[in-house]
Design a protein around this ligand. Sequence first.
Ligand code: BG6
Length: 497
Amino acid sequence: MTARIIQVDAFDLVVFGATGDLSRRKLLPALFQRDNAGQLPAAARILGAARTAMAADEFRAQAAKAISKDAASHPDAAARFLARLDYLALDAASDAGWNDLAAKLGEAPDRIRVFYLATSPELFGPICERLRAHGVASPQSRVVLEKPIGKNLASSRAVNDAVGCVFPEAEIYRIDHYLGKETVQNLMALRFANALFEPLWRAEHIDHVQITTSESLGVEGRAGYYDTAGAMRDMVQNHLLQLLCLVAMEPPGELAADAVRDEKLKVLKALKPIERRLLDTAVVRGQYRAGVANGATVPGYAEELGRTSGTETFVALRAEIANWRWAGVPFYLRTGKRLPERLSEIVVAFRPIPHSAFPDRAGPIHSNHLVIRLQPDEGVKLWLMIKDPGPGGMRLKQVSLDMSFAEAFGVRNPDAYERLLMDVVRGDQTLFMRRDEVEAAWSWIDPIMDAWREAEDKPKPYAAGTWGPSASVALIERDGRTWHEDASWNRDAHLDA
Ligand code: BG6
């Protein structure tokens, strides 16, 4: 099946931090894929900008390497893509090079301009200020900010204020790439394009929700950044809370940017603050020690970093949403590095049946679960009870209605960045975080992190290749529930690529 491709309008995209990890691993490959699919018009230009002085050809050579895996079978498309690239050495702290940028963009003054800030958030304000000072921020400009925005509510406000002095909110795209994942969008389709789920989507019928995003990789080359963030800022404040919002939000009146974001904001504001006295039982933070991951012995986080650290590489927590729909329904969130597998999934666990009409010999009756798998093997499974086929009387069996997207549609699953980058050019903010959402998320996270700091709380150790500290198991089992496991999956397929 081939998807219908609609070309976007001509644009100039400037990537700040173009020599960095994100640009190499995600942005350039995503742009190449869209180009290869025919979505970029001939006039579109991509300009790398970073502090390092280098010739445009050197940048193109780096880009060629970054796209090499996908480009191998498309040499013509690769050549066309590389010809779009250019490079400028720019420093947020000096004026050098900025007039060259203005001149280059001035060649097409009316064209859509996208400034992608793949840099640390402290540079967002200074870069925007220079974009204004050098007359580069035009009315057709959009700015894309990578998460995390700030380190807490106060610093996030400062960043948002600084960017907001140059760009109106309607031109600010705060990216959370989880929102661009195909299955995350499918969650909206599942909830709002089917009549089946809505009547059941509430405390009366749902026992609890689990959201897990686990990675088998460690911090790799990103320890410098990661140690200043930790799992709470890197994953929970944004990706996990955004997923929680999509599960919990009320149906929006229309699938328009502000209608969707208004509903997500209400969820964030309804998150029950975790009281300090409950912190130890409601939140678990961990840090990996040496262990075995992907079949090999791997060092602990402190060894990778080269010193001891109080930064967490694992968080599990129990959240509650104080509103009519969700009162009393726990949302268990869990994320970590160096866990047994790479897996992102949302599990909606329905309540048990109120009464069993079956004799004991029919076997246990498991409650229904809806499992939405974001990665890998994107798809949806609905776990039901059926009669075990064949003779032998009434015996019950748990089976899944399984919809694997790869099997059902056989199409390449685009990377989240492909969709999101094109949305920026199209001017669609639906899958981007609005300022008030980011700030509401920090408002909920901040007290937890403050309490950790004041108590000088140290993360609990866990061996690499395990599911985090045992306290994470206790966190859910204390409530008489267990973390979801699906032994029917091919576990080998779930290691990080
Ligand atoms: C990023 C985090 O936002 O998401 C990384 O900064 C993490 O630490 C990554 O590895 C996970 O994304 P994905 O799409 O591979 O699940």
